[in-house]
Design a protein around this ligand. Structure first.
Ligand code: ATP
Ligand code: MG
Length: 348
């Protein structure tokens, strides 16, 4: 029919895409194609999308590119990933497990608590997903890796740096214990992350509870007992002071360069994990050698590593301990200290 054919309008658009911008959008002349659609932008306009905030709830696994695997733990792997549209880096923790229906609610609850934490001394959890037996957790990327990685390089951490590190960890614990009423349960050098700005942040609280709750049926998770408090090992009730014990043990390890509980045979490892657990429960608490360390440091360690949790100090009390402030005048530069050791992961 003549009328309808004359009314037919054919619109054809051919888009030749030339450049991919830093954030994953495409640009050709004045035309910008991004997740938000097509837009005209003047040639000289520098386009910087706002960074994703933890409260945004807009992260999607399809929008991130994997760059490399940066770590492996007992529970899964950690990858460095980049968000396609903003160029932001994140760490993606992937835990594979077949979870029974009854555990799902508990895990969802733990992840919700994880995500609700807002504190500069706690690693930000941006989002988490559960799909087909795989839990994916998008975390703030800490480009210096963990204190365990760092300790491997430097062997020992001198007291002034340790005091500055400890102050940040205590601020994180103060938040978790006194504001959120959360016990970390797995405080250890690999769960303290550092970055090129000299920041130290606590990570993986709640994750150990998830893994432990599913370990009975999955039977795959064997965490470390090295930093576990005596009352927890002996199956008693435990609370936030259990984390304080772990803090004392890990600080002593960082200061001396070796794990404080040594096996009975010199140079040998522990024959079994039960022997180590027995030592933690039965042996006197470890202490810092007074001929190598300041009186303040020795006293700080003994304020943490007391067998009876009642004798241990809480995070807010430890914040006032003289060890925390004794090196303040030195203004130690943790940023330079972490960076000079040469982070293997640094991407910035
Ligand atoms: P476990 O599984 O026994 O708790 P772990 O803490 O070493 O041991 P993961 O939590 O999986 O295991 O972490 C493995 C490694 O990945 C860490 O030691 C650290 O080097 C790296 N890593 C973890 N989270 C981040 C992050 N947010 N940013 C940068 N690196 C990270
Ligand atoms: Mg960890």
């Amino acid at each position: 029919m003549e009328g309808s054919s004359s009314a037919r309008v054919l619109v054809s658009t051919t888009l030749v895409i030339r450049t991919r911008t830093r954030n994953g959008a495409f640009k050709d002349g004045d035309l910008l194609v991004s997740k938000e659609g097509i837009r005209i932008v003047p040639q000289n306009e520098v386009e910087t999308p706002p960074p994703i905030k933890p409260s945004d709830n807009q992260l999607n696994l399809a929008d991130i590119d994997t760059i490399k695997v940066i770590g492996k733990g007992n529970g899964g792997i950690v990858q460095l990933v980049q968000h396609k549209w903003t160029g932001q880096f994140f760490a993606l923790k992937v835990i594979q497990m077949n979870i029974e229906e009854s555990y799902r609610k508990q895990i969802a609850q733990e992840l919700k608590i994880n995500k609700s934490a807002r504190c500069p001394y706690v690693v930000v959890c941006y989002q988490s997903f559960y799909d087909n037996g795989v839990i994916s957790i998008v975390l703030e990327y800490m480009d210096g890796g963990s204190l365990a990685d760092f300790l491997k390089k430097v062997k020992k951490i001198p007291e002034p740096y340790l005091a500055a590190i400890c102050k940040q960890v205590l601020k994180g614990l103060l938040y978790l214990h006194h504001e959120k009423h959360i016990i970390h349960r797995d405080l250890k050098p690999s769960n303290l992350l550092v970055n090129h700005r000299g920041e130290v942040k606590i990570t993986d609280f709640g994750v150990s509870a998830i893994l432990a709750s599913t370990s009975g049926q999955a039977n795959t998770y064997v965490g470390t007992y090295n930093y576990m408090s005596p009352e927890r090992i002996s199956g008693g009730e435990y609370g936030s002071k259990s984390d304080i014990w772990s803090l004392g043990i890990l600080l002593l390890e960082c200061a001396t360069g070796h794990f404080p509980f040594s096996p009975p045979e010199q140079g040998e490892g522990w024959n079994s994990v039960y022997e180590l657990m027995e030592a933690i429960v039965d042996q006197p608490p470890p202490c810092a050698p007074s001929d190598q360390f300041s009186r303040e440091f020795c006293s700080f360690i003994s304020a943490c590593a007391q067998k009876d949790p009642k004798d241990r100090q809480r995070a807010h009390e430890l914040m006032k301990h003289p060890f925390i402030s004794m090196y303040e005048d030195l203004n130690v530069d943790l940023a330079a200290y972490f960076t000079d050791a040469g982070s293997p992961l640094a991407t910035f």
